[in-house]
Ligand binder design. Structure first.
Ligand SMILES: [Zn+2]
Length: 241
């Protein structure tokens, strides 16, 4: 159930039964030579939407731009500052809490958002003591980690990974890029402080990821595993209340 395809009276009925809502959050940042800039937002939105359909949970509009300052030396990347992402998260929650929503499950596609979301939740609880927030980074769920280890081994890497590319190409097959030969992407033993450091250490944008392994058929399997795992986590969390 998507908020954008609902009417106000349908939301009023929904709130009479339950007060939980998914908020997909991703990023708009470079994903190496063959990954889409929207990969993190595409995966988070796709997974949250499917979970919402399965269990009838409302899905709010996605946060498509996240905390990606470290990718800003690659053309097309966009970022919020941490302060802006905290403010935006708070206002997403404020808007919906005003109507009675009180469980906000952020389905996250980007590691760079996690610390800032945690800080935002502290602000949320200060203002809304009865609200509960949860972040689920889909790629970190144990069944996903097991599956990616099985399919991709060390080729999974850390950024622009074959698992996220596979899911994005499963969801948007027409956007799949043909891969060309690439040099290995060694893990640089160096401290990354700035966006310039990132580009110097990882010139094509990947971190240790073998993007040749990306495959929409594997993406379909990973997507199914992610939907099941997020749904199970959501059910357990909402039962606690
Ligand atoms: Zn990503």
């Amino acid at each position: 159930m998507l908020l954008k395809f609902s009417t106000w009276s349908e939301i009023e009925t929904y709130l009479g039964k339950r007060q939980d809502v998914f908020i997909p959050i991703g990023a708009t940042e470079q994903h190496g030579p063959f990954g889409l800039i929207g990969t993190d937002a595409i995966c988070a939105e796709g997974i949250a939407t499917a979970v919402g359909e399965r269990d009838g949970v409302l899905v709010a509009p996605s946060i498509q731009v996240g905390m990606s300052l470290h990718h800003m030396k690659f053309p097309g990347s966009m970022s919020l500052t941490p302060q802006s992402l905290i403010g935006l998260t708070l206002e997403w929650v404020d808007s919906l809490a005003a109507h009675g929503f009180n469980q906000f499950h952020f389905v996250n596609g980007h590691g760079g958002n996690i610390a800032t979301l945690g800080a935002a939740f502290s602000e949320v609880y200060l203002k809304h003591p009865n609200v509960r927030c949860l972040t689920t980074s889909w790629y970190e769920l144990p069944p996903l980690q097991a599956a990616t280890a099985q399919y991709f081994g060390d080729g999974e890497g850390y950024h622009g990974t074959p698992s996220e590319l596979s899911v994005s190409f499963f969801l948007y097959p027409e956007q799949r890029r043909e891969t060309q030969p690439l040099d290995d992407s060694p893990l640089v033993d160096d401290q990354l402080y700035s966006a310039a450091d990132f580009r110097r250490c990882y010139p094509d944008g990947r971190i240790g990821a073998n993007q040749h392994l990306a495959d929409p058929k594997i993406g379909e399997k990973l997507f199914g595993i992610a939907v099941d795992a997020v749904l199970e986590r959501h059910r357990k969390w909402t039962e606690l209340k």
